[in-house]
Ligand binder design. Structure first.
Ligand code: SF4
Ligand code: SF4
Length: 473
């Protein structure tokens, strides 16, 4: 998994050169599961899916553009007849190939064939303990297939990871799931929140409410730390965060923090019929940059209007609580996919730790309420409004997205480069570099840093003394 992480890791040059470092490619929409949260409503083959030759051409173009990793997905990727040829071609192009799978019928023969074709990593979806997982995945024996697949991946020494979509029904099972992963020797666990797209719009009762994030993240951080003590890295998905006291932990490092959606800046999503988007999860209707059957991939990447929105965006497009947020210029309302599918426009994201905590301090909380169903096609969305209420459930405000007008015209010509941040050691919240007094806890940033460093030195000394004492006995 370390290799996979390093392939995806973005360096400054990737942003400056706008390289599609990581590509997520739906090679078919055919699927053998029927998941309650499936954004693409996968099941049947998508009309007009690309030919093998067209797929090869995409791989060659991505190689020229500087892609380092391609993750093939579906539907279920291995249901496409030429999936092994595609893996092989990616591998021969010097690009790392990984795959995400529901693992239903991903048997030993297929796993060995994928390994021989050059697959480097297989990520398997697990959405809870058996009953919950099977219900969400729409098959009573799905969990069994997942577990068998994990054993086979281990047997054939293919690097594996697991990923979990957090829902109302599995949010209290994360501890037990971790036990399962420890036993199975899993080293990498990716988590993300369920998003209101596709099938999830009809199953919105499964979606965590924004006000529940505070408790969820307090539980999750304990799971994260315990996982780490067993050498399991929990990777928080792009819709987890932002900027609460755990931000540096979610992003895997002291200096790391959320710097905004990277769709179309260093990421590409490809649909099975050749549609190109900045991110595979974004709604097709609003974020299609072009189709490779009509334009070259290079032209779509460099000039497609819908591909460029994260490169030149600014705070003008924010609204609601995100507009006045301290972190607005760095965060840009978090994950575009998560917020756009709620309101039919990006720029306001109630799925935010910082925001939930801030509202909580003011005696308020937010929830979402559906006001329109989705059309029933792949990657579609409905419409939700935000209800702000007090702790007794008295409604204080209703924010209807239809009443909000925002400007989506980029105001800047230069590429967007997020401002640098550091952590206030008084409260573990991020502040912009050069800040003297923390706006969150009023501590002097420099003094808090010095005290923190002294504490670390003292803790290290105490630990050394303890070791010496134990050795002398
Ligand atoms: S309120 Fe909006 S802009 Fe501020 S941190 Fe949260 S998601 Fe980001
Ligand atoms: S839309 Fe969300 S998932 Fe897609 S690139 Fe942006 S942050 Fe990531």
């Amino acid at each position: 998994m370390i290799d996979q992480v390093s392939q995806r890791y973005r360096i400054q040059d990737d942003y400056e050169q706008t390289k599609p470092v990581h590509v997520v490619w739906e090679i078919t929409l055919a699927c053998n599961l029927k998941c309650s949260h499936c954004g693409s409503r996968a099941g049947k083959v998508r009309p007009g899916e690309l030919t093998t030759e067209q797929c090869f051409d995409i791989i060659d173009k991505l190689q020229e553009l500087g892609t380092r990793e391609i993750t093939i997905i579906g539907g279920e990727a291995f249901l496409r007849k030429d999936w092994l040829e595609i893996i092989s071609r990616i591998n021969n192009a010097g690009i790392e190939c990984s795959m995400q799978t529901g693992a239903y019928n991903l048997n030993e023969k297929r796993i060995v064939a994928a390994k021989n074709a050059g697959i480097k990593n297989i990520g398997v979806s697990i959405d809870g303990l058996p009953d919950v997982h099977n219900k969400i995945r729409g098959r009573s024996d799905s969990y069994q297939h997942v577990m068998r697949c994990l054993e086979l991946l281990k047997k054939h020494t293919i690097v594996s990871s697991v990923n979990t979509v957090i829902t109302k029904t599995n949010q209290f099972q994360l501890e037990e799931l971790l036990d399962e992963f420890i036993e199975k020797g899993i080293k990498n666990w990716q988590i993300q929140l369920m998003v209101a797209m596709g099938n999830a719009v009809e199953n919105e009762h499964l979606i965590i409410q924004p006000y529940e994030l505070i408790d969820l993240y307090d539980r999750l951080i304990k799971v994260y730390k315990r996982a780490l003590s067993h050498n399991i890295i929990v990777q928080a998905g792009n819709n987890i965060g932002y900027y609460g006291p755990y931000e540096h932990i979610w992003r895997q490092g002291n200096d790391a923090y959320w710097t905004g959606c990277s769709a179309g800046h260093t990421t590409i999503g490809i649909e099975a019929d050749g549609v190109i988007k900045g991110c595979p999860s974004l709604p097709t209707s609003d974020y299609t940059g072009g189709n490779i059957k009509e334009m070259s991939l290079e032209d779509i990447w460099h000039h497609g209007e819908q591909m460029k929105f994260t490169r030149y965006r600014n705070e003008e497009e924010l609204w609601g609580n995100c507009k006045s947020c301290y972190y607005a210029s760095s965060c840009m309302a978090g994950c575009t996919w998560t917020s756009h599918v709620l309101f039919g426009k990006r720029g306001n994201n109630p799925y935010c730790h910082h925001r939930a905590l801030k509202l909580h301090k003011e005696g308020k909380k937010e929830r979402i309420r559906k006001i329109k169903e989705a059309d029933g096609v792949p990657f579609d969305y409905g419409l939700f409004e935000i209800i702000v209420e007090d702790f007794n459930g008295n409604v204080l405000e209703v924010q209807n997205p239809l009443e909000i007008q925002i400007s989506l015209v980029p105001q800047k010509k230069d590429l967007r480069v997020p401002m640098k941040m550091e952590i206030c050691r008084g409260c573990n919240h991020h502040v912009f570099e050069g800040t003297e007094t923390c706006p969150h806890c009023n501590e002097n940033i420099e003094e808090a840093k010095q005290e923190y460093e002294l504490n670390i030195i003292a803790a290290k000394k105490a630990y050394q003394n303890l070791l010496t004492l134990m050795e002398s006995k």
